[in-house]
Design a protein around this ligand. Structure first.
Ligand SMILES: Cc1cc2nc3c(=O)[nH]c(=O)nc-3n(C[C@H](O)[C@H](O)[C@H](O)COP(=O)(O)OP(=O)(O)OC[C@H]3O[C@@H](n4cnc5c(N)ncnc54)[C@H](O)[C@@H]3O)c2cc1C
Length: 476
């Protein structure tokens, strides 16, 4: 079968799935004026795979199948392959003007977490089912997303706790029969689900024996009966309509997915009741997904550094001591992220027969990005000045009676046109929507989740350091 084309992918979305956007049921997401933009964002990954320039990065030749497949569904075997997957995410995000297309990456993080967990459980049936499913994805090149985060209800109560408002705050198995399992519940914030082919479901936390019905993982097509998706409304990136030269814009939305007694056939079930292993699955997914998150934040951080430098230059202040300090902060932010991201790949560990990025370094990289992001935004808002929120728009610029005023009075330093400055500010508005601050904090897990993992994974290092100083202090 081989790779899907961008056109085939868009056509595949017209499959009867139930998706709501702003109160309307959407008949064909690829054709919808809002969700169509998101679907075309995802389609970019398919365009990249079709482009001979990116073939080596985006695809691999699968010896067993004897065909070329997406790199995302290949199990990396070493640091070099992890770096290639990393560079693919960076490249596709760059081509998406700072937005990752998301067609296979989150899904492949979930798929790899299934593989690692199936090995940890040691059940040959699960191992075989996951391998069969991987082969299916390789052959069909389907777009996948990961539905992990439950709606959760009271965060301090376990899934099965009777104090929860209802028993469906976490997705659970309500029935088993010879065809498969019936599941009920909802997953929230699921990026790209409305325009993915397959939804890969995982538990979102560690479970106890009482939570046995909630320890469930499976994959289903997005048009499976009983699934309803309700999408987050998003603002179209307004300015690209006003700036005719701007490239097509890219954007995503996230779904609340309701599972209203959905039948999942046994061959698609990868965990059902193994509560002791729920933590392994969510832990490994989080690790892989944070590496993905860190990689796509590199182009975003390059944008931050670029617009800060441009505004400082345009306004003639780039040599001012306090501005140089701010630009240095941006450089430290960017270069720390770049080097942590790459070293996490090179210092990989093997799990479930595949190379996975170093857990401590990956979590530090994600924590670094999220915890310092707001400070970097503040620098840009400062350097751009108040015109960022008050300047005339390009629509005004196109009106002959006032164009000359705008042209004259928007000029910053000599040699830079008013239009150049307006365009740069327009880019800043596009790359810094207010919601980005929340996205950076919570996407791939909240900062506390990263700190907990850093501590848990780093305890051996702490013990080694303690041993070292005890030797130096000649204690014991
Ligand atoms: C843009 C975006 C895209 C996303 N995409 C996906 C996706 O594709 N798939 C997916 O599965 N998820 C996705 N998520 C979900 C994301 O992983 C979660 O938002 C994140 O894990 C935080 O969970 P929450 O939003 O439920 O926050 P909460 O869990 O409500 O956290 C809020 C606060 O409560 C604290 N808290 C929570 N529980 C406890 C506790 N038990 N004890 C003490 N403190 C606690 C947290 O530390 C945090 O400070 C996405 C999120 C965003 C913002």
């Amino acid at each position: 079968m081989g790779l899907m084309t961008a056109q085939e992918y868009l056509e595949s979305l017209h499959d009867g799935r139930i998706v709501y956007y702003l109160g309307e049921k959407i008949e064909n997401v690829a054709q919808d004026p809002n969700l169509g933009v998101c679907a075309r964002t995802m389609a970019l990954d398919y365009e990249i795979a079709e482009d001979p320039k990116y073939k080596d990065l985006a695809t691999v030749y699968d010896e067993e199948l004897g065909e070329t497949i997406s790199r995302y569904y290949h199990k990396p075997q070493n640091g070099e392959e992890l770096i290639k997957a990393h560079d693919l995410i960076v490249t596709s995000t760059n081509l998406g003007d700072g937005i990752i297309p998301f067609s296979h990456d989150i899904g492949s993080d979930a798929l790899n977490a299934y593989s690692i967990t199936a090995q940890a459980i040691g059940n040959p049936e699960y191992i075989q089912r996951v391998e069969n499913y991987r082969t299916y994805l390789k052959q069909k090149d389907l777009a996948t997303c990961a539905a992990v985060t439950d709606v959760k209800g009271d965060r301090m109560l376990r899934p099965s706790h009777p104090g929860q408002a209802h028993p469906d705050q976490y997705l659970r198995v309500v029935e088993k029969n010879d065809k498969g399992i019936i599941v009920r519940g909802a997953k929230m914030h699921i990026t790209g689900a409305a325009y993915s082919n397959e939804i890969l479901v995982l538990p979102c936390r560690a479970m106890t024996e009482k939570d046995v019905d909630y320890a469930v993982a499976f994959a289903i097509p997005a048009n499976t009966p009983g699934l309803t998706q309700i999408c987050r409304p998003f603002k179209s990136k307004v300015s690209s309509l006003e700036f005719p030269n701007t490239r097509q814009h890219f954007i995503h939305t996230d779904s609340l997915i309701v599972f209203d007694d959905v039948l999942v056939p046994w061959e698609r079930v990868f965990m059902c009741g193994e509560w002791e292993h729920a933590a392994t699955m969510v832990y490994n997914f989080a690790l892989l997904h944070r590496r993905t998150g860190v990689a796509y934040r590199i182009p975003m951080s390059e944008q931050l550094a670029g617009v800060a430098m441009a505004m400082a230059e345009y306004n003639g202040v780039s040599q001012a001591p306090h501005v140089r300090e701010k630009l240095t902060d941006l450089l430290v932010y960017l270069e720390t992220l770049r080097s942590l991201s790459r070293s996490a790949c090179l210092d990989f560990v093997m799990r479930g027969g595949m190379a996975v990025p170093n857990p401590v370094v990956t979590n530090i990289a994600k924590y670094h990005f999220a915890s310092k992001y707001h400070d970097m935004v503040k620098i840009i808002q400062d350097l751009a000045g108040g015109a960022l929120v008050t300047s005339p728009t390009y629509k005004d610029f196109q009106v002959p009676e006032i164009k000359s005023y705008i042209e004259k009075y928007m000029i910053p330093k000599n040699g830079i046109s008013g239009e150049q400055r307006m365009r740069m500010m327009d880019l800043i508005r596009r790359i810094l929507p207010a919601e980005n601050e929340t996205i950076c904090l919570h996407g791939e897990g909240s900062p506390m989740a990263e700190r907990m993992t850093i501590f848990l994974e780093g305890r051996r290092t702490l013990a080694q350091c303690m041993k070292l100083v005890e030797t130096q202090a000649q204690v014991g």
